[in-house]
Design a protein around this ligand. Structure first.
Ligand SMILES: [Zn+2]
Length: 154
């Protein structure tokens, strides 16, 4: 992420990685599906099994306050549909919905299945020190099975 444009450019959408054509798969994520106004992706760090990101993809906006009423309604339908599918696919104990935009200020939600057995149960998944955070990668078959499992319920 060190090659990202400066903050003010990102806010304005200049060089925004989420405004570019989205790959089916890259080093960060694997696409699950295109929904009404968004793209659902499984992220590669699967420490929290089923962790996905839902990116608003109609245009560059940094927050929900910039959406029209119709866009907001459709995007929330996407969020609910994605969350329902992920829940059916991985049966978590709880779900976290987080929108931050501190690294890429383009509207997206982190949809994070939480488990009583997960490393930070009853707390946010993020620590204040990035170096303390753990990564769990799957093999390609693992990502494809997860993607297929979620797609089945969309
Ligand atoms: Zn953007």
């Amino acid at each position: 992420m060190s090659s990202l444009p400066e903050w003010d450019d990102l806010i304005a959408g200049k060089g925004c990685p989420f405004c570019q054509p989205q790959a089916e798969s890259n080093e960060f994520e694997v696409k699950v599906a295109s929904l009404r106004l968004s793209t659902l992706c499984v992220i590669r760090n699967q420490l929290y099994h089923g962790y996905c990101v839902l990116k608003f993809n109609k245009r560059h906006v940094t927050g929900i306050e910039q959406l029209t009423e119709e866009e907001y309604n459709l995007f929330m339908q996407d969020l609910r549909q994605a969350a329902a599918a992920i829940t059916k696919a991985v049966t978590p104990d709880h779900m976290n919905y987080v929108t931050l935009g501190n690294i890429i200020p383009h509207l997206h939600y982190h949809i994070i299945p939480r488990y009583k057995t997960d490393p930070r149960w009853r707390a946010p998944i993020w620590t204040t020190d990035v170096k303390e955070m753990t990564t769990k990668l799957l093999d390609e078959k693992g990502y494809q099975e997860l993607v297929a499992g979620i797609r089945k319920f969309l």
